[in-house]
Design a protein around this ligand. Structure first.
Ligand code: SF4
Length: 253
């Protein structure tokens, strides 16, 4: 019995006081892209290496769509002029699809497309894995562990859509999951939120173009929040969920 108390004292308090305290992320973590606003000339190396078509070139420089990006970093490594880099900033969620488009200009903050104040206290969510690889689910599940302790914000995942305020959808919405997703949405009482977590849910990801998948959740349902990543870092997911509750976590990591 005594060793349990000793271990408890040794472990101390492990929950991070987020968002007041920002997490220390690994040096290998690729977060919000930072693009240099200058023309690229005729080099298309980043376009050629990008596996998901997330990049385009404009006269002002590269444009990166986080909604299609896998955050693999290949473009950054191949660009000899250093025009594409990735910061350690995990604040990547957006209330609009356009807010995921990163250019050389400062990224504007996006606002909810409707009044979300109803969800500012209790927020119950039902997760729908719509054909994903489980990585986004894993990084969502981890929010229930003691480091993140999602429940202290009044946010919980529930077993039934009838008990939920909204849906968290992961995966590219395969044809096999399409009807199940729509049925789950219909079973969720209004006003219901829809949150797209991960590049597959936002745009189809690397499966985009397959006849077995959608080209993004917004094709099927009105999406309130987009959280990009492949998978998104758990802190990115938490930051997005807190934004729904009006809790801003703007301090950069
Ligand atoms: S980091 Fe994103 S934009 Fe760059 S190559 Fe990978 S998928 Fe494409």
């Amino acid at each position: 019995m005594l060793h349990i108390f000793k271990e408890r004292v040794h472990q101390q308090y492990r929950t991070l006081n987020y968002p007041e305290v920002q997490p220390g992320l690994s040096d290998r973590y690729l977060g919000l892209p930072a693009l240099h606003p200058s023309p690229c000339g005729n080099c298309h190396a980043c376009l050629d290496v990008c596996p998901s078509g997330a990049l385009t070139l404009s006269p002002e420089g590269p444009i990166l769509d986080m909604g299609r990006c896998l955050f693999c970093g290949a473009c950054s490594r191949i660009c000899t002029e250093g025009k594409i880099t990735f910061t350690h900033d995990h604040h990547v969620a957006s209330f609009s699809r356009e807010g995921l488009i990163v250019t050389g200009s400062e990224r504007p903050a996006t606002q909810p497309q409707r009044d979300l104040s109803l969800f500012s206290r209790s927020l119950k969510l039902r997760e729908v894995s719509a054909g994903g690889c489980n990585a986004c689910e894993a990084d969502t599940n981890v929010l229930g562990t003691l480091v993140y302790d999602l429940g202290r914000f009044g946010i919980d995942f529930v077993a039934s859509p009838r008990h939920a305020d909204g849906l968290v959808v992961t995966g590219p919405v395969t044809e096999n999951m399409r009807q199940a997703l729509l049925d789950t949405y219909e079973a969720t009482p209004e006003p219901r939120l829809v949150i797209a977590v991960g590049t597959c849910a936002i745009s189809g990801g690397i499966f985009r173009g397959s006849r077995e998948c959608s080209k993004g959740l917004a094709e099927l349902l009105p999406v309130d929040l987009f959280i990009p990543g492949c998978p998104p870092n758990p802190w990115s997911i938490l930051d997005g969920l807190l934004a729904i509750k009006g809790i801003q976590s703007s301090q950069k990591s």
